[in-house]
Design a binder for this molecule. Structure first.
Ligand code: CA
Length: 330
Protein backbone atom coordinates (compact mmCIF):
# COMPACT_ATOMS: atom_id res chain seq x y z
CA UNK A 1 0.00 0.00 0.00
CA UNK A 2 2.99 2.29 -0.52
CA UNK A 3 2.35 5.53 -2.28
CA UNK A 4 5.09 7.89 -3.21
CA UNK A 5 6.40 10.33 -5.75
CA UNK A 6 7.75 13.85 -5.86
CA UNK A 7 5.40 16.61 -4.80
CA UNK A 8 6.24 20.00 -6.25
CA UNK A 9 4.96 22.95 -4.25
CA UNK A 10 6.25 26.20 -5.73
CA UNK A 11 9.89 25.92 -4.68
CA UNK A 12 9.34 23.31 -1.99
CA UNK A 13 10.29 19.82 -3.14
CA UNK A 14 9.52 16.77 -1.06
CA UNK A 15 9.97 13.08 -1.85
CA UNK A 16 8.04 10.66 0.33
CA UNK A 17 6.89 7.10 0.78
CA UNK A 18 4.91 5.14 3.32
CA UNK A 19 4.11 1.52 4.05
CA UNK A 20 2.39 -0.63 6.65
CA UNK A 21 2.50 -4.35 7.45
CA UNK A 22 0.64 -6.56 9.91
CA UNK A 23 4.00 -7.69 11.32
CA UNK A 24 5.13 -11.23 12.09
CA UNK A 25 2.73 -11.89 14.95
CA UNK A 26 -0.62 -10.33 14.04
CA UNK A 27 -2.81 -11.32 11.13
CA UNK A 28 -4.82 -8.09 11.08
CA UNK A 29 -3.33 -4.68 10.35
CA UNK A 30 -5.03 -1.93 12.35
CA UNK A 31 -2.61 0.78 11.20
CA UNK A 32 -3.33 3.17 8.34
CA UNK A 33 -0.63 5.21 6.61
CA UNK A 34 -0.75 8.05 4.09
CA UNK A 35 2.09 9.54 2.07
CA UNK A 36 -0.06 11.77 -0.03
CA UNK A 37 -0.71 15.33 -0.98
CA UNK A 38 -3.73 17.47 -0.29
CA UNK A 39 -4.28 20.86 -1.92
CA UNK A 40 -0.72 20.62 -3.27
CA UNK A 41 0.71 20.11 0.24
CA UNK A 42 2.54 16.92 1.20
CA UNK A 43 0.86 15.00 4.00
CA UNK A 44 2.43 12.24 6.10
CA UNK A 45 0.07 10.35 8.36
CA UNK A 46 0.11 7.31 10.62
CA UNK A 47 -2.97 6.15 12.54
CA UNK A 48 -2.83 3.12 14.84
CA UNK A 49 -6.30 1.79 15.54
CA UNK A 50 -7.41 0.07 18.71
CA UNK A 51 -10.38 -2.04 19.65
CA UNK A 52 -11.53 -5.57 19.06
CA UNK A 53 -11.82 -7.60 15.86
CA UNK A 54 -12.53 -5.52 12.71
CA UNK A 55 -12.72 -2.39 14.82
CA UNK A 56 -9.29 -0.82 15.22
CA UNK A 57 -8.66 -0.86 11.47
CA UNK A 58 -12.04 0.82 10.89
CA UNK A 59 -11.14 3.59 13.34
CA UNK A 60 -7.73 4.31 11.81
CA UNK A 61 -9.07 4.18 8.22
CA UNK A 62 -12.10 6.38 8.97
CA UNK A 63 -9.98 8.96 10.81
CA UNK A 64 -7.46 9.14 7.93
CA UNK A 65 -10.20 9.41 5.29
CA UNK A 66 -11.96 12.15 7.25
CA UNK A 67 -8.74 14.13 7.57
CA UNK A 68 -7.98 13.87 3.84
CA UNK A 69 -11.53 14.87 2.94
CA UNK A 70 -11.66 17.79 5.39
CA UNK A 71 -8.27 19.12 4.34
CA UNK A 72 -9.07 18.90 0.64
CA UNK A 73 -12.23 21.02 1.05
CA UNK A 74 -10.86 23.39 3.73
CA UNK A 75 -10.80 27.14 3.12
CA UNK A 76 -9.14 28.03 6.44
CA UNK A 77 -5.35 28.35 6.59
CA UNK A 78 -3.47 25.08 7.17
CA UNK A 79 -3.00 25.10 11.01
CA UNK A 80 -6.68 25.85 11.53
CA UNK A 81 -7.75 23.42 8.81
CA UNK A 82 -5.67 20.71 10.45
CA UNK A 83 -7.24 21.29 13.90
CA UNK A 84 -10.73 21.20 12.40
CA UNK A 85 -9.91 18.06 10.43
CA UNK A 86 -8.86 16.21 13.58
CA UNK A 87 -11.95 17.46 15.36
CA UNK A 88 -14.08 16.11 12.50
CA UNK A 89 -12.23 12.78 12.60
CA UNK A 90 -12.89 12.49 16.33
CA UNK A 91 -16.61 13.05 15.79
CA UNK A 92 -16.74 10.65 12.85
CA UNK A 93 -15.10 7.74 14.69
CA UNK A 94 -17.05 8.44 17.88
CA UNK A 95 -20.39 8.45 16.07
CA UNK A 96 -19.51 5.30 14.18
CA UNK A 97 -18.59 3.57 17.46
CA UNK A 98 -21.86 4.67 19.04
CA UNK A 99 -23.94 3.53 16.07
CA UNK A 100 -22.83 -0.09 16.39
CA UNK A 101 -22.16 -1.93 19.66
CA UNK A 102 -19.55 -4.13 17.92
CA UNK A 103 -17.42 -1.01 17.58
CA UNK A 104 -17.70 0.01 21.22
CA UNK A 105 -14.30 1.10 22.54
CA UNK A 106 -12.79 1.81 19.13
CA UNK A 107 -10.32 4.64 18.73
CA UNK A 108 -7.08 5.48 17.03
CA UNK A 109 -3.82 7.31 17.51
CA UNK A 110 -3.09 9.85 14.83
CA UNK A 111 0.17 11.59 14.02
CA UNK A 112 0.38 13.68 10.89
CA UNK A 113 2.74 16.21 9.33
CA UNK A 114 1.34 18.67 6.81
CA UNK A 115 4.05 20.51 4.87
CA UNK A 116 3.07 24.06 4.00
CA UNK A 117 6.16 25.29 2.17
CA UNK A 118 8.84 25.62 4.87
CA UNK A 119 6.36 25.10 7.72
CA UNK A 120 5.96 21.49 8.83
CA UNK A 121 2.79 21.39 10.93
CA UNK A 122 2.64 18.46 13.32
CA UNK A 123 -0.73 17.32 14.68
CA UNK A 124 -0.51 14.53 17.21
CA UNK A 125 -2.82 12.38 19.34
CA UNK A 126 -1.65 9.15 21.04
CA UNK A 127 1.64 7.25 20.92
CA UNK A 128 2.66 7.11 17.29
CA UNK A 129 5.63 9.45 16.75
CA UNK A 130 7.10 12.05 14.40
CA UNK A 131 10.88 12.54 14.11
CA UNK A 132 13.07 15.09 12.39
CA UNK A 133 16.58 14.19 11.26
CA UNK A 134 18.72 17.27 10.65
CA UNK A 135 22.49 17.51 10.44
CA UNK A 136 22.94 14.03 11.88
CA UNK A 137 20.75 14.71 14.92
CA UNK A 138 17.42 12.93 15.44
CA UNK A 139 14.67 14.81 17.26
CA UNK A 140 11.42 13.39 18.52
CA UNK A 141 8.76 16.00 17.66
CA UNK A 142 5.97 14.35 19.63
CA UNK A 143 5.28 13.36 23.19
CA UNK A 144 3.72 9.92 23.75
CA UNK A 145 0.27 10.15 25.27
CA UNK A 146 0.70 6.88 27.10
CA UNK A 147 0.60 5.49 30.61
CA UNK A 148 4.34 4.69 30.63
CA UNK A 149 5.33 8.11 29.17
CA UNK A 150 3.47 9.82 32.02
CA UNK A 151 5.37 7.68 34.56
CA UNK A 152 8.69 8.52 32.83
CA UNK A 153 7.83 12.23 33.04
CA UNK A 154 7.13 11.88 36.76
CA UNK A 155 10.46 10.09 37.22
CA UNK A 156 8.76 6.85 38.27
CA UNK A 157 10.04 4.78 35.33
CA UNK A 158 13.22 4.94 33.23
CA UNK A 159 13.04 4.94 29.41
CA UNK A 160 14.29 1.34 29.38
CA UNK A 161 11.74 0.22 31.98
CA UNK A 162 9.02 1.92 29.92
CA UNK A 163 10.07 -0.04 26.82
CA UNK A 164 9.71 -3.34 28.67
CA UNK A 165 6.67 -2.48 30.74
CA UNK A 166 3.62 -4.70 30.27
CA UNK A 167 1.44 -1.59 30.11
CA UNK A 168 3.59 0.04 27.42
CA UNK A 169 0.68 -0.19 24.93
CA UNK A 170 -1.79 1.65 27.16
CA UNK A 171 -2.52 5.06 25.68
CA UNK A 172 -4.10 7.92 27.62
CA UNK A 173 -5.40 9.89 24.65
CA UNK A 174 -6.95 8.79 21.35
CA UNK A 175 -9.18 9.99 18.53
CA UNK A 176 -12.74 8.70 18.50
CA UNK A 177 -12.74 7.34 22.05
CA UNK A 178 -14.33 10.34 23.81
CA UNK A 179 -16.08 13.64 23.17
CA UNK A 180 -12.82 15.38 24.08
CA UNK A 181 -9.22 14.67 23.17
CA UNK A 182 -5.88 16.39 23.57
CA UNK A 183 -4.45 17.74 20.32
CA UNK A 184 -0.77 18.64 20.20
CA UNK A 185 -0.39 21.04 17.29
CA UNK A 186 3.02 22.60 16.69
CA UNK A 187 5.43 23.29 13.86
CA UNK A 188 9.08 23.29 12.87
CA UNK A 189 10.64 25.31 10.05
CA UNK A 190 12.12 23.00 7.44
CA UNK A 191 15.55 23.22 5.87
CA UNK A 192 16.78 21.49 2.71
CA UNK A 193 18.20 18.08 3.56
CA UNK A 194 15.79 17.51 6.47
CA UNK A 195 14.24 14.06 6.76
CA UNK A 196 10.93 13.38 8.50
CA UNK A 197 9.68 10.10 9.87
CA UNK A 198 6.21 9.29 11.18
CA UNK A 199 5.85 5.79 12.60
CA UNK A 200 3.58 3.65 14.75
CA UNK A 201 4.68 2.23 18.11
CA UNK A 202 5.22 -1.14 16.41
CA UNK A 203 8.36 0.51 14.96
CA UNK A 204 9.34 3.13 17.54
CA UNK A 205 8.93 0.91 20.61
CA UNK A 206 11.13 -1.80 19.07
CA UNK A 207 13.91 0.14 17.35
CA UNK A 208 16.25 2.23 19.52
CA UNK A 209 16.60 5.84 18.41
CA UNK A 210 20.25 5.27 17.41
CA UNK A 211 19.08 2.68 14.87
CA UNK A 212 16.16 4.85 13.68
CA UNK A 213 18.68 7.61 13.02
CA UNK A 214 21.04 5.31 11.14
CA UNK A 215 18.28 3.84 8.95
CA UNK A 216 16.68 7.22 8.25
CA UNK A 217 19.94 8.94 7.31
CA UNK A 218 20.59 7.39 3.87
CA UNK A 219 18.68 6.43 0.77
CA UNK A 220 15.43 7.04 -1.06
CA UNK A 221 12.23 7.26 1.02
CA UNK A 222 10.89 3.92 -0.35
CA UNK A 223 14.10 2.11 0.60
CA UNK A 224 14.21 3.76 4.05
CA UNK A 225 10.63 2.72 4.80
CA UNK A 226 11.29 -0.90 3.79
CA UNK A 227 14.48 -1.02 5.88
CA UNK A 228 12.66 0.36 8.92
CA UNK A 229 9.83 -2.17 8.62
CA UNK A 230 12.29 -5.04 7.97
CA UNK A 231 14.29 -4.05 11.06
CA UNK A 232 11.16 -3.93 13.25
CA UNK A 233 10.07 -7.34 11.89
CA UNK A 234 13.52 -8.86 12.45
CA UNK A 235 13.58 -7.64 16.03
CA UNK A 236 10.30 -9.42 16.59
CA UNK A 237 7.87 -6.54 16.80
CA UNK A 238 4.69 -8.07 18.26
CA UNK A 239 2.62 -5.34 16.63
CA UNK A 240 1.67 -3.86 13.26
CA UNK A 241 4.57 -1.88 11.80
CA UNK A 242 4.10 1.37 9.85
CA UNK A 243 6.35 4.17 8.68
CA UNK A 244 6.16 7.21 6.42
CA UNK A 245 9.35 9.02 5.39
CA UNK A 246 9.82 12.37 3.65
CA UNK A 247 13.03 13.84 2.29
CA UNK A 248 13.03 17.63 1.94
CA UNK A 249 15.00 18.60 -1.15
CA UNK A 250 14.18 22.31 -1.30
CA UNK A 251 12.01 24.74 0.65
CA UNK A 252 10.14 27.89 -0.28
CA UNK A 253 10.26 30.48 2.51
CA UNK A 254 7.69 32.88 1.01
CA UNK A 255 5.48 34.56 3.68
CA UNK A 256 2.43 32.64 4.86
CA UNK A 257 -1.21 33.72 5.19
CA UNK A 258 -0.87 33.37 8.94
CA UNK A 259 1.43 34.37 11.79
CA UNK A 260 3.67 31.75 13.35
CA UNK A 261 4.14 31.35 17.11
CA UNK A 262 7.61 30.20 18.31
CA UNK A 263 8.77 26.90 16.81
CA UNK A 264 8.57 23.67 18.77
CA UNK A 265 11.57 23.81 21.17
CA UNK A 266 14.22 21.06 21.15
CA UNK A 267 13.38 20.06 24.71
CA UNK A 268 9.65 19.53 25.06
CA UNK A 269 8.38 20.93 28.37
CA UNK A 270 5.32 19.06 29.59
CA UNK A 271 2.01 20.43 28.32
CA UNK A 272 3.37 23.31 26.24
CA UNK A 273 1.04 25.84 24.63
CA UNK A 274 0.67 23.48 21.65
CA UNK A 275 -1.42 21.08 23.75
CA UNK A 276 -5.08 21.96 23.21
CA UNK A 277 -8.17 20.33 24.70
CA UNK A 278 -10.47 19.71 21.76
CA UNK A 279 -14.19 19.22 22.20
CA UNK A 280 -17.09 19.32 19.80
CA UNK A 281 -17.37 23.07 20.47
CA UNK A 282 -15.25 25.86 18.99
CA UNK A 283 -13.08 26.49 22.07
CA UNK A 284 -10.12 24.33 21.02
CA UNK A 285 -10.24 25.53 17.43
CA UNK A 286 -10.21 29.14 18.68
CA UNK A 287 -7.09 28.46 20.74
CA UNK A 288 -5.34 27.19 17.63
CA UNK A 289 -6.58 30.28 15.76
CA UNK A 290 -5.11 32.50 18.50
CA UNK A 291 -1.72 30.79 18.20
CA UNK A 292 -1.74 30.88 14.38
CA UNK A 293 -3.72 34.05 13.61
CA UNK A 294 -4.62 34.76 9.99
CA UNK A 295 -3.01 37.83 8.46
CA UNK A 296 -5.10 40.62 6.95
CA UNK A 297 -8.24 42.62 7.92
CA UNK A 298 -9.85 39.75 9.84
CA UNK A 299 -6.87 39.71 12.16
CA UNK A 300 -7.33 43.42 12.99
CA UNK A 301 -11.05 42.83 13.60
CA UNK A 302 -10.45 39.85 15.87
CA UNK A 303 -8.08 41.87 18.04
CA UNK A 304 -10.68 44.53 18.82
CA UNK A 305 -12.14 44.48 22.34
CA UNK A 306 -15.70 44.51 20.97
CA UNK A 307 -15.12 41.59 18.56
CA UNK A 308 -16.67 38.91 20.83
CA UNK A 309 -19.83 41.07 21.05
CA UNK A 310 -20.08 41.72 17.31
CA UNK A 311 -23.38 39.92 16.86
CA UNK A 312 -24.98 41.86 19.74
CA UNK A 313 -23.67 45.12 18.33
CA UNK A 314 -24.95 44.30 14.84
CA UNK A 315 -28.34 43.25 16.20
CA UNK A 316 -28.63 46.42 18.34
CA UNK A 317 -27.66 48.62 15.40
CA UNK A 318 -30.27 46.89 13.26
CA UNK A 319 -32.97 47.39 15.90
CA UNK A 320 -32.00 51.06 16.27
CA UNK A 321 -32.22 51.44 12.50
CA UNK A 322 -35.72 49.88 12.46
CA UNK A 323 -36.77 52.16 15.30
CA UNK A 324 -35.58 55.28 13.43
CA UNK A 325 -37.33 54.07 10.30
CA UNK A 326 -40.52 53.47 12.26
CA UNK A 327 -40.40 56.96 13.85
CA UNK A 328 -39.70 58.67 10.51
CA UNK A 329 -42.42 56.86 8.57
CA UNK A 330 -45.31 57.12 11.02
CA1 CA B 1 0.41 -0.35 17.55
Amino acid sequence: MARSGPVEQSATRVRMAGSSRPGRVRTVNQDTVLADQVGGRPLLLVADGMGGHSTGEVASARASETILRELSSARAHPPLALARALQAANVDVLEHARSDTRHKGMGTTLTTVLIDDHVALIAHVGDSRAYLLRGGALRNLTEDHSWVAERVKQGLLSQDEARQHRWRNVITNALGANDAFRLDLAHVLLEPGDRLLVASDGVTAILPEALLKELLAEGEPEAVVERLLDAADQRGSPDNVSAVVAVIDAVNTAPRRYELPPELPEELPADGPWAVQMRQTLSGVRRVEDRYPARGPMRWLRRQAWYPYRLWILASAYLAFLLVLFVLLR
